[in-house]
Design a protein around this ligand. Structure first.
Ligand code: ZN
Length: 306
């Protein structure tokens, strides 16, 4: 049985050390993989997630020191939200005050308590308190107690000129259904516990975004395997007339990319093989991992990385 929903979210950040500090120490995520951008091996590619980096828990960054800040506009991801147990929202509010994290007052969004905050690059994030989040296994190796730990993504909010084209892809290709409306926002749900929601915020004519530190580069959706990914690609090309890239081997999953009608870069990533393919689960993220085609250049690559 295939599981739909978000596979991972990939963003740009500034300084790598500051990024690792914030996500592993302040938010308590596990650094599950330290590798390089396969298309630009002079840049790190950092993956954060739960204990094993299950699909639906993975936030990844390309850190670029001194990168100019991005500006959110239409055709971009406005907010990336994580799930925490509903009873833990107060604990997190206290932690943000203690750690000096920029945050807003708690607000209800479509019936769920939502604590909006920003990472050190200004990336717009949120914690959403959910009833179901209490039961799922968190990463327990961090300074955040297991009972309060982040349980993967809640979902993302996309800022769009209009919602229809994007909604058609979510419902017609990725198995989402409409789950609620509030103001200009329409929420779609896939039923997955982690990464199960995409909210579309249609605002008409507005400035386009500018990518930079704190900007989301793309959103990846799950396909169980190559066969399910191929079926999705066929629907995208035949029914929706969209151009999709060839499959690329990302070592931990296999990916295709396309620009959805609202302008956001989407990816379809396979659930297989996962992050334990090149190092044991117990030591995920500790060593710099390179794909076979870059291994001969390891010394040179390590020399260039901060
Ligand atoms: Zn990706």
């Amino acid at each position: 049985m295939s599981q739909n929903g978000i596979h991972h979210v990939t963003a740009f950040s500034g300084d790598a050390t500051r990024n690792v500090d914030f996500y592993t120490r302040v938010l308590g995520l596990r650094l599950v993989k330290k590798t390089v951008n396969f298309d630009d091996p002079g840049t790190y590619h950092l993956y954060y997630g739960d204990a094993t980096g299950r699909p639906g828990t993975i936030l990844t960054f390309f850190p670029i020191a001194h990168a100019a800040p991005g500006r959110v506009g239409i055709g971009e991801t406005q907010e990336t939200a994580f799930r925490v147990p509903r009873a833990s929202i107060g604990w997190w509010t206290h932690r943000f005050i203690e750690k000096g994290v920029t945050h807003e007052a708690l607000v209800p969004v479509l019936g769920e308590p939502t604590l909006r905050f920003r990472d050190p690059d200004g990336m717009m994030l949120a914690l959403v308190g959910t009833e179901t989040a209490e039961t799922d296994g968190p990463w327990t190796g961090a300074e955040v107690p297991a009972e309060h730990a982040i349980r993967g993504f809640h979902g993302v909010t996309l800022l769009l000129k209009e919602a229809e084209g994007t909604a058609a892809i979510l419902t017609g290709v990725f198995g989402f259904h409409e789950a609620g409306r509030e103001g200009a926002a329409i929420r779609y749900a896939s039923g997955a516990p982690e990464g199960g929601f995409v909210t579309l915020r249609a605002v008409g004519e507005f400035l386009r975004g500018r990518q930079g530190a704190g900007s989301v580069h793309h959103i990846a959706f799950r396909a169980a395997d190559d066969a399910e990914q191929a079926r999705m690609v066929e629907t995208l090309t035949r029914t929706y007339g969209l151009g999709v890239t060839e499959q690329r081997d990302r070592q931990y999953f296999r990916s295709v990319y396309f620009r959805e009608p609202g302008g956001v870069l989407f990816e379809i990533a396979t659930d297989v093989p996962g992050f334990a393919v090149d190092e044991p689960e117990a030591s995920l993220g500790l060593a710099l991992k390179l794909p076979a085609f870059l291994e001969p250049h390891r010394a040179q690559i390590e020399g260039h990385l901060p």
